[in-house]
Design a protein around this ligand. Structure first.
Ligand code: F55
Length: 787
């Protein structure tokens, strides 16, 4: 990059878009001008990539969510010009951080599933894989969380209200999407996905719904302006807002409309390009030679009947042939074993949204049933396989029949899919099933967010090759017994903790001690993730410190954060509980130099970038068997935190790679929980264990105040006093409490041996290489996509 040219074009852009003199421009102006300048810089390479890959085999990642976060810093890192641009800006007295903070997160996802898609985009480009992302351009991303009097309050997230510096509207590639009762225009917005220092620029294409005709002039001419506006709104409603549920299907018509909307537009886009670029001897049989579609969970599965529809209805292909082509085109990833998340759509809703797709699904179901009957299976034996049963379309079944690959996202998770969730399918078609353990991009989650550690690694390894091949971190092990290195590791962590402490003081108004242990749990709030186990333990610890002020105890700061789905009462109760515990403890002068509790407000990608580098302990405490993989666990590990975790999801692989002795494993294993499932009685634990009783009773003792919301009663009830046929403590919080507590005691003791701790930390960093999404995406490319 030519520095002078960059500066020149930046100033020019700034003045052109604002019509202001430089001194008069705002941070917002400066941010958008910088986006423009960077977009100009990558334009050529982006076009080159588009042209070069026109006729190549490509992977298409279909996802209802891409949780991209901010792009400025990450794009500069991937272009290799982060330091230079910072310098250029400081030469003209612009503080990079303040314009960086102007950027709103693109929060077009709920959590892990959406963030994984974003990490995959980064890694695919970095590995020079031609992968295209297809999704939805929600006008409102995931709601903003505010905390009022300890309660979560949701606010809007109109993330593009000031503009969108990272997208190009490609009007000419618009598609028409037809619903039963409505026809809308799908307009693509393309975001560049940059590879790390390698000139590859892939495309993330997000579709926005707009009225087919801007104004229906028949209404207009009849002076029915409101009718005309109504139609416009009805179209725009489709992509107005991201549904804020994770792990809970949403059975609304509008949700299926969103799904069909982006899937239909994407399939049309693929087919029309195929016809455009391959037209000399068009063979639709070859479609699957050039396209492989990876379905990110059940949300985009409607793309399957849509491809058949486009092939049959719009291109005159015979149904059976279309089915064969389709079967070779799709692959399916599952992200959860929780039954309440597996989507099924009532026939009536499907008929209301996309009747022709329902037709096709019905036919696929009939063919399947026929095939099974010919094989001699009884009606009953066929039941688990039916795509449609009791007038419900079971999306996972549709995907499994029609895909060439089905994968889980961590070893244990894939095993559970085979043994349990999809066991019938596995018996029938074992060859389809495979595992792809998740990963995270080291560019965002280390190079960008933890500059100090990143520079330190480069210095120690004598090169920055590790940024391209994260397994090279293994070479750090030669420093395991080098005291100076270990002290440096501690020092870097301390610096990061000071920065976080400053940020938390500014944003949460709570002052925390960077010399205390930073114990962090950030993720969506859900019973299976057991934030309430964390909180019950804090309550009990607080009481112990009150009773015994001279107890040997290393000061600890417990940090929690995450959003609750707006309709998930119990998750909101957990948030209230966290805030109430924080209020009581932080105001108690007898203990608040020993423990502090912070519930960080509005946890999101850009907050995570500040939290992961500063953690000593990574809390990964889900009920064994329930967290498919987790990816936050990997972000903590890569930044040198030790995992306090159950034998679940990718934690298991973290323990395997870094050594269980360098982390803190606790709790019951899946096999044990399966065994005791029917006989489990949490009351036994409650009566036998004083600490459990103390913590649980505190929910109702009056020491904590839930402002008459009955929220704490709800948590109490779900643990030991189940209501209306519910099972008590389905997530085994009380069962695992004692082991959790003991493990915390061990951590608290061992932390004071600072060098031994640093050694464990280094062990984790050095063995985090496996968890790069570069590795994951290469496995998809090799095993499934054959790219
Ligand atoms: C979003 C919407 C619906 Cl309707 C259902 C689920 C979700 C969702 O966000 N799921 C999700 O985030 N799943 C997570 O996927 C991660 C990536 O594979 C896993 O690491 C994590 O264990 C899993 O819970």
């Amino acid at each position: 990059m030519n520095k002078n040219k960059f500066m020149e074009s930046y100033i020019e852009n700034l003045q052109r878009i604002t019509l202001k003199n430089f001194a008069e421009t705002s941070d917002k102006d400066r941010y958008f001008a910088l986006c423009d300048t960077i977009m100009e810089l990558i334009n050529q390479e982006w076009r080159n990539c588009k042209n070069r890959t026109r006729r190549s085999r490509k992977a298409y990642y279909f996802s209802a969510e891409f949780l991209v976060g901010r792009s400025l810093g990450n794009n500069l890192i991937n272009l290799g010009i982060y330091d230079e641009v910072k310098e250029i800006l400081s030469e003209i007295d612009i503080d990079f951080e303040s314009i960086e903070n102007f950027e709103d997160d693109a929060a077009l996802g709920n959590g892990g599933l959406g963030r994984l898609a974003a990490c995959f985009m980064d890694s695919a480009a970095t590995q020079k894989l031609d992968m295209y992302g297809y999704g939805v351009r929600y006008r409102e991303g995931l709601f903003k969380q505010k905390i009022e009097n300890g309660f979560q309050v949701e606010g809007g997230d109109h993330w593009i209200k000031d503009g969108d510096g990272w997208s190009i509207r490609v009007e000419s590639d618009s598609k028409i999407v037809k619903f039963r009762d409505q026809t809308v225009k799908a307009v693509p917005y393309d975001m560049p996905m940059l590879g790390f220092e390698n000139e590859q620029v892939n495309t993330l294409r997000l579709w926005q719904a707009e009225p087919f005709e801007e104004f229906d002039f028949s209404y207009f001419n009849n002076f029915q302006y409101d009718k005309a506006v109504e139609e416009k709104n009805r179209a725009e409603d489709i992509t107005r807002v991201l549904y804020p549920n994770d792990m809970q299907r949403e059975g609304r018509v509008l949700r299926l409309k969103q799904q069909y909307f982006f899937c239909s537009a994407s399939i049309q886009d693929m087919v029309s390009k195929y016809k455009r670029y391959f037209d000399h001897d068009l063979q639709f049989e070859d479609f699957s030679k050039y396209h492989i579609i990876q379905l990110n969970d059940t949300h985009p599965i409607i793309a399957i009947p849509e491809l058949i529809r486009v092939l049959v209805d719009e291109n005159g292909i015979e149904f059976e042939r279309a089915v064969e082509i389709t079967k070779n085109t799709f692959a399916f990833t599952n992200h959860t074993v929780l039954q309440e998340a597996l989507e099924s759509w009532p026939k009536d809703i499907m008929l209301e949204v996309c009747p022709r797709c329902f037709d096709i699904i019905k036919k696929l179901n009939e063919n399947l049933v026929k095939e099974f009957k010919e094989k001699g299976l009884s009606e009953e034996a066929i039941d688990p396989y039916r795509i449609i049963r009791f007038d419900q379309v079971r999306m996972a079944n549709l995907a499994i029949v029609m895909s060439k690959s089905v994968n889980g996202v961590a070893k244990l998770h894939t095993q559970i899919l085979k043994d349990d969730t999809f066991k019938n399918w596995y018996k029938l078609m074992p060859e389809k099933f495979n595992n792809k353990t998740n990963g995270i991009t080291p560019r965002r989650w280390l190079v960008y967010s933890n500059i100090k550690l990143s520079n330190f690694i480069t210095e120690k390894l004598g090169s920055d090759d590790w940024k391209y091949d994260l397994t090279k971190l293994k070479d750090l092990e030669k420093y395991l017994d080098d005291e100076k290195t270990l002290e440096e590791i501690n020092q870097i962590k301390f610096e990061n903790k000071k920065e976080l402490a400053k940020y938390i003081l500014e944003n949460e108004g709570i002052s925390i001690n960077p010399n205390s242990i930073f114990d962090i749990q950030v993720k969506r709030i859900h019973e299976y993730k057991r934030q309430h186990l964390n909180l019950l333990h804090i309550i009990n610890l607080y009481h112990k410190l009150k009773k015994n002020p001279d107890m040997d105890f290393y000061p600890t700061t417990f940090i929690l954060g995450g959003k609750a789905a707006p309709g998930y009462f119990r998750a909101k109760a957990i948030i209230k509980l966290a805030n109430e515990i924080a209020r009581v403890i932080n105001n108690d002068e007898e203990v608040n130099d020993k423990i502090k509790v912070v519930f960080v407000n509005n946890y999101r990608v850009s907050y995570g970038e500040k939290l992961f580098p500063a953690a000593d302990i990574s809390e990964q405490i889900s009920t064994a068997g329930k967290e498919a993989s987790g990816t936050g666990n990997m972000k903590f590990m890569l930044n040198g935190a030790l995992t306090l975790g159950t034998y679940d999801g990718a934690n298991i692989e973290i323990f395997e790679n870094a050594g269980v002795e360098n982390n803190y494993l606790f709790g019951a294993k899946v096999e044990e929980l399966n065994e005791i499932y029917d006989s489990y009685n949490p009351k036994e634990f409650y009566y036998k264990n004083e600490d459990i009783k103390d913590a649980v009773d505190t929910l109702l003792s009056g020491e904590l105040n839930d402002n008459d919301s009955y929220m704490f009663l709800d948590i109490y009830n779900c643990l030991i006093n189940p209501q209306g046929g519910e099972k008590a403590d389905t997530y085994f919080v009380l069962k695992d409490f004692e082991d959790y507590k003991k493990t915390h005691e061990k951590i608290n003791k061992e932390y004071s041996d600072r060098l031994t701790w640093a050694r464990k930390s280094l062990k984790n960093i050095a063995n985090a290489g496996y968890f790069s999404s570069d590795r994951t995406i290469l496995e998809y490319a090799k095993d499934i996509w054959k790219l």
